[in-house]
Design a binder for this molecule. Structure first.
Ligand code: ASP
Length: 329
């Protein structure tokens, strides 16, 4: 038995079943699964995780559980975040993140077979894959929960949850805010997932991008159908003075087939200290990272630069989610 502190020891409690959330045993594939009640639940658990880590560093809540992290696309933050989350809760990880091209996948093994093999070792699988819909395919075959850590230009639900959690932790509330998204709104899966979540709140949305990287029309139509206050623009100047949240994104080079098009748009936006002088005193700049020039390094010392705090919040949110799907919440 681990000698880590027992923080959430529900073992043997008669009411154990009722302590389990609706996420117990569930896959996490899309933000569409999250209503406001579930979001509040995840955020309050993430907040508790934060307090626990700040006080104690770790607990043994998931001692004995094994997570497989299967990443077919490069990742530093998301894989490290899931690994840290699992280990801070006393669980273990099988990381298949580096050199995945040398595994059976490159020998022609299908995703279902890989998943059916890995689930024999693990209690939960986190998957990143370049194709939209791949996480759903994996989940259809797996008998353990599958968590989507990015399916191509599709969704990145855990990133969106940590983004929303960050807005709440930084600004105290989500309703009433103006949120401006800047950059690659077409291929940026974090933008897609976050936008869908924000549609559940009373917010106004601003989308700043070049024409070829506008938010997908289906998403824009959903926003319009709901009557959300939303506007598109090409210029950060149009939003810098009014935004409560500036959500800056990288142009997703790997999704372009025509590199000349990428070159045309790659340097269009940069958040600089000069620009920040025009922003509200109480606002935050966020970025799912990695950045490749969209935010000048000199902005990092501005207290409104929240992107590294956002990274840490990712670990707390993933701790909350892992605990929930494994029935420890
Ligand atoms: N890390 C984020 C993602 O996986 C953002 C990015 O790659 O630009 O989608």
């Amino acid at each position: 038995m681990s000698d880590l502190p027992k923080l959430f020891d529900y073992t043997g409690a008669p009411e154990r079943a009722s302590l389990r959330s609706s996420l117990y045993g569930q896959d996490i594939l899309s933000v569409d699964q999250f209503d406001r009640e579930t979001l509040n639940f995840v955020f309050s658990r993430a907040h508790e995780m934060r307090e626990m880590v700040e006080r104690l560093g770790a607990s043994d809540l998931l001692h004995g559980s094994i997570l497989t992290c299967l990443f077919y696309e490069p990742s530093t933050r998301t894989s490290a975040s899931f690994i840290a989350a699992m280990e801070r809760l006393g669980g273990s990880v099988i990381p298949i993140t580096q050199g995945v091209q040398y595994s059976s996948v490159s020998k022609g093994e299908s995703l279902p077979d890989t998943i059916r093999t890995l689930e024999q070792y693990s209690d939960v699988i986190v998957l990143r894959h370049p194709e939209i819909g791949s996480a759903k395919v994996a989940a259809d075959y797996a008998s353990v929960p599958v968590i989507n850590a990015g399916d191509g230009a599709g969704e990145h639900p855990t990133q969106a949850l940590l983004d929303l959690f960050t807005i709440q932790e930084e600004l105290g509330a989500i309703d009433g805010l103006q949120i401006a998204m800047v950059g690659d709104l077409r291929f940026g899966r974090t933008v897609h997932s976050l936008t869908k979540l924000l549609m559940q709140y009373d917010v106004s949305l601003r989308f700043v991008s070049p024409d070829i990287l506008r938010l997908p029309l289906t998403l824009m139509n959903q926003i319009r159908d709901l009557g959300v206050n939303a506007r598109e623009s090409h210029d950060v100047s149009d939003v810098i003075e009014t935004a409560d949240v500036l959500y800056v994104t990288r142009i997703q080079k790997e999704r372009f087939t025509d590199m000349a098009q990428y070159d045309e748009v790659k340097d269009l936006y940069e958040i600089t200290p000069d620009l920040m002088q025009r922003a509200k005193e109480r606002m935050v700049v966020m970025h799912p990272l990695p950045r490749v020039g969209e935010i000048h390094y000199a902005v990092d010392t501005d207290p409104r630069a929240a992107y590294f705090r956002q990274v840490k919040n990712g670990m707390y949110v993933r701790m909350a989610l892992l605990a929930a799907v494994l029935g420890k919440a």
